[in-house]
Design a protein around this ligand. Structure first.
Ligand SMILES: [Zn+2]
Length: 236
């Protein structure tokens, strides 16, 4: 097996590297991020590692004109801490997916939202090094499509509030080859500071995909999604 070299794009609060793997070298750039919710959603990191291994063995899967980036774990500190509720936040007890400068709030009504232990959106938008490292990487590239993996069970969420047309188009395409719920379940939670909403603000078609449960990587399912993701282009 070929081991592609990882690029370190930043360092977590506790000093762990944020690693991005690159496949292909073409001008059309796309990105997959896993592990924003750390050990609570550890199976997304397992999936990212499986996709990285697969693409290392099958580099021809990425079309010549494309570059695919995979960030395997945006919250490595939470991943190292716990495979449960306590693994969700970063080392500052911040939910990284509530820390992006899009509709940001330090606190939010917890009704309908994840609320197993108290965590915050941070002292300010983009207060966290993990958030800032990914924002800098995204701004330095010209991404044409973006997936952020979560678990579990709520489905596929297009980025933007309300969702932008490119993110809706991407969500439609990925939903067509999977059995993940789409439209996603509405738990009544009001979402603030989310990565895919910020990506949408930058004009990048973006979706959250929630795996089926908190254990399985859904590798085969997401291989089908990867194929459509690489074929997909937004055209107005
Ligand atoms: Zn999540």
């Amino acid at each position: 097996m070929r081991h592609p070299q990882a690029q370190v794009i930043g360092i977590s609060v506790a000093g762990r590297p944020l690693e991005v793997y690159q496949f292909g070298n073409g001008p059309v750039e796309k990105m997959i991020v896993a592990g924003i919710h750390g050990g609570y959603e550890w199976n997304t990191i397992v999936l990212a590692d499986e996709l990285i291994g697969y693409l290392g063995n099958h580099p021809e899967v990425v079309p010549l004109e494309q570059t695919l980036y995979i960030l395997r774990a945006l919250n490595p500190d939470g991943f190292a801490r716990s495979r449960g509720f306590r693994g969700r936040a970063n080392e500052n007890n911040v939910d990284i997916n509530r820390n992006f400068p899009s509709n940001w709030e330090a606190e939010w009504p917890r009704a309908g939202c994840w609320d197993y232990i108290p965590i915050t959106g941070g002292k300010a938008a983009a207060s966290e090094p993990e958030t800032r490292a990914l924002m800098a990487f995204i701004k330095a590239h010209d991404l044409q499509a973006f997936i952020s993996y979560h678990s579990a069970a709520l489905g596929i969420f297009p980025g933007g509030q309300p969702p932008d047309i490119g993110s809706l188009s991407l969500a439609d395409a990925l939903a067509a080859v999977s059995d993940y719920p789409y439209p996603p379940f509405d738990t009544g939670c009001s979402y603030t500071g989310q990565l895919v909403d910020w990506a949408s603000d930058q004009g990048i078609p973006a979706v959250d995909i929630e795996l089926t449960n908190h254990q399985d990587s859904d590798f085969e399912k997401n291989l089908a999604i990867l194929s459509v993701f690489l074929d997909w282009f937004y055209s107005e």
